[in-house]
Design a protein. Structure first.
Length: 151
């Protein structure tokens, strides 16, 4: 089944600075290798990372919208995991691809943290936040339970 996806790629900043067209072509080439139809692919900005990834302190983001057969997604993730040019990636399935005017770039003061392999759509390390206590909505549900029968 063909689905719409948004892909956010965190790329090696040095390579992106030296030859943006080459690294963008590399990412687009991997997408196309697995049968993706690229709707658009744009540089989203360069940022200082919230935490170092290996020796990398800065990264460049590429935002891509594409259509792909969902059965080919795992093969594609495998290739991105093996790439040294792609530090992290995130795929999000969309109902429809937003119009080009809806694309928003990160401001210099904004941070974006990508998660880890425990989430199906995240790639290449990192961690998602963990709650030491139940999230507020779950805690309020438990406190409203008086333990009595509501019959």
């Amino acid at each position: 089944m063909i689905s719409n996806y948004e892909g956010l790629f965190l790329l090696d900043n040095k390579e992106a600075k030296n030859d943006w067209d080459s690294i963008q072509g590399f990412v687009n080439g991997l997408l196309q290798k697995h049968g993706a139809e690229i709707v658009r692919s744009n540089k989203w900005g360069e940022r200082k990372l919230a935490y170092d990834i290996g020796a990398h302190k800065r990264g460049t983001y590429l935002l891509a919208y594409f259509k792909i057969d969902t059965q080919r997604l795992d093969e594609m993730k495998h290739d991105f995991n093996l790439s040294e040019k792609v530090l992290r990636y995130l795929f999000v399935r969309l109902e429809e691809i937003p119009p080009e005017t809806a694309t928003v770039a990160l401001r210099e003061d904004e941070e974006l943290v990508l998660g880890g392999p425990e989430e199906e759509s995240f790639g290449r390390g990192g961690r998602r936040p963990r709650f030491s206590s139940p999230p507020p909505s779950a805690a309020s549900d438990e406190s409203s339970d008086d333990g009595g029968d509501s019959n």
